[in-house]
Every structure is written in C-alpha cells, then in structure tokens.
Design a protein around this ligand. Sequence first.
Ligand SMILES: *[C@@H]1O[C@H](CO)[C@@H](O)[C@H](O)[C@H]1NC(C)=O
Ligand SMILES: *[C@@H]1O[C@H](CO)[C@@H](O)[C@H](O)[C@H]1NC(C)=O
Length: 413
Amino acid sequence: IILDTQNSRKRKPTSSGAANSTGTGNTVGHSPPSTPSTHTPGGGIPVASNVNIAQKSSMVCGADGTSGFASSSNQMDNLDSFVDFEDNVDSFLSNDDGDGRDIFAALKKGPSEQESLKSLSLSEVANNRASNNKVVCCHFSTDGKLLASAGHEKKVFLWNMDNFSMDTKPEEHTNFITDIRFRPNSTQLATSSSDGTVRLWNAAERNGALQNFLGHSSHVTSVDFHPKLTEILCSCDDNGEIRFWTVGQNAASRVSRVKQGGTGRVRFQPRIGKLLAVAAGNTVNIIDIDTDTSLHSQAKVHSGEVNCICWDETGEYLASASQDSVKVWSAASGQCIHELRSHGNQYQSCIFHPRYPKVLIVGGYQTVELWSVADNQRNVVPAHEGLIAALAHSPLTGSIASASHDRWVKLWK
Ligand SMILES: *[C@@H]1O[C@H](CO)[C@@H](O)[C@H](O)[C@H]1NC(C)=O
Ligand SMILES: *[C@@H]1O[C@H](CO)[C@@H](O)[C@H](O)[C@H]1NC(C)=O
C-alpha cells in the first residue's frame, strides 16, 4: 500500500480494495491546521474549554417505571410512551427512510419478521485466540476488511478478513486498552486506555502509534471518531470528562463533562454526527455537539452501570445495555421505545444486526441473544466460554464479530 501525505477526506474515494483510504497514513505532522470545515454548522465542533453540559430535558423510559424522573411532566411523557407504544414500535420497524440502501432489502423481500427471527441465527465463520488475556473491544474498518481488537494484553490485534492473517501493533499502552475504533474510510484507528491516554495507529503500517493524546487525568474508557469530520475524535474517562481531539494536534479542542462518572462510553450518531451519545455510570445522555447541550439525559436509565451503547445505522435509535436490561431509545424524543429484560444473563454488549435493522444482538455471559424488537422474540446462541465484552458489525459485508474474556475473537454471519 502506497501512503501519501494528502488528507484523505479531501480526495474522492477510490475503488481499489484493501482497507481503503490509503492516504490517511501520514496525516500526523502533515495535516493542514484546523480547517474552517471543522466549524461548519450541522456537525462542527465549536472550540470552548471546560464547558459543563447543560441538562435541558430528561430521558424517560416508558417501559421501566422504576427509572422515571420525578417531575410530573416526565411522568406524563412516561404515560404517553405507553399509549404510543405500538406507534413507536411501528415507526421503529418501518425503518425505511427511502434512501434505497440495500441493507434493508433483505427484510423487505424476505419472510415476515417473526419467521426471519426463527430462522435467524449466527454461524461461526472463523475465530482466533491471538490474545493471551481478556479481549474487551473490537471494531471493523469501514470497508469490512479489517477487524481490530484489544483488551487486557495492551496490544492492538488486527485480523485480516480476506485471508484471516493476524497482525499486532507494538505494546505501547501501559495499562488495559478499553476501546478501539477505526477512523471512517481509513486504516487509521484509535485506542483508549486505562493508562490515561488515547493513541492513534495506522493498521497499514508496521510501526507504533502515530500520535498519543494526553490530557485525561483518569482511566480513558471509550473513544470514537466523528463520522464526517473524521479528523475529530472524542474520548471519555471514568470521571465523566469528555475530550474532543483533532488528529495532528496535541491539545484537546474542547473539554466537556457529564454529571456522573463511572465507566463512560461515547458514540457519535452515525452518518450525521450531530449528536453524541454518552453513557456514564447508569446514565445515558444524548448531546448536541454544536451547542454542547444535553438533549436528553436521565439519571437512572438503568439500575446498574451502562456497559454498552450503540446506534442503529440511521442514527435514529440508540440502544443501551446494562447487566439486567437492554433499552432502545428514540434520539428525537429521548423516549425509551423498547426494553429487553434479562432472564438471568449479564448483558455486557450490544450491536444492531448488520442485515436486519430491527434485530439487536446482545452479548452476555457465554451467549448472545438475537432480539427481534418487533415481537420481542429472542434466540439464544452459545458463543463463548466467558463474558462477551464487545460486539461489532460490518454493514458492508454483513459480518458480526464478538470479543470475549475467554480470549477468543469470533467472526459470525
Ligand atoms: C493477507 O493479505 C494481506 C493483504 O490483504 C497481505 O498483506 C498479507 O501478507 C496476507 N497474509 C497472508 C498470510 O497471506
Ligand atoms: C466514506 O466513503 C463512502 C463511500 O465511498 C462515502 O459515501 C462517504 O461519504 C465517505 N465518508 C467520509 C466520512 O469520508
């Protein structure tokens, strides 16, 4: 792969195959200084320091009476969400925004949702036990050709989906890696670590980290790239501090804070990137990045820590998983439109099915559950011998990956 020093987002996508975006390699030190595009309305990151996020309204979950906020208006919302439940589910299910993406074609053409779940399972395609310790995070590159995973071994593992060969990055983090995310359309990826740093790597090069982002004063628990302004990434730590970084720049461009600490998770809304979902402790917040205000937040969305948050492909729905339940939220209203209660498994991870947008895959101890939101049916699939700490999907290839404390990473279709 030939690397150049152009900033990839300025170039037209190439049709050449392998882990596209050959050009993102050497942006560090060569990338132009922060361009005006990072400040465009509808996705730009205004630069500010130490801004506390104003809490404008509350998330309300209709499906869980114990978690509602005390205010009477919220209780009203709570009632409404019960009344509107069928409508909400219907709109969730008719997830057709008319952009003709083939991802949804399978469902439209296929059998009814119920039948499809009955026949829907996961088959193991490949696996690796390259890590000698717990694996806690995994993510596919945009083109689906690489799966990156990491965890307690403190190293990045790269799994080539064409020939299943493994590669690793030098061990530079000095504590557990907590999250791993590819930059969109790129071979670059970021890791967050309990050592307090975020690092940027290039999977297409054999060398170590391209950049080390310093600033968090505690364990960094999650990281994510903006889906459009891909030079921007966001990380959070277990004190509820959120930092926005720009590739090639050392200092954080913005620092925000959510009220609660705990194991934080950050995930940008896909496609648009206007919203950032932040989980901290047992709260879930949906933050408007332009105004740095919290559109929806709820103090006790879950009875336990939120272990995972994930968006559906459209960016309209957010799912959150805690040990005893998974909830699906509408980003527009902040309402919980559906809930899956555990039958005893400890839910740790979740991801929307890459082919069936109304099916959520939930990872727990040893098993994954395929949950059809339509009819609340679930299929339980044995998958690992330990906790399934992370799930990933590739909408492009339809692949699903699971990473577990049992040290295995597995690939499913
Ligand atoms: C697998 O494919 C990649 C390119 O996609 C290549 O660089 C690598 O050498 C291959 N590994 C093996 C073991 O064939
Ligand atoms: C990534 O590539 C796809 C397909 O080429 C393109 O539609 C999309 O806009 C690209 N995304 C970014 C952030 O460059």
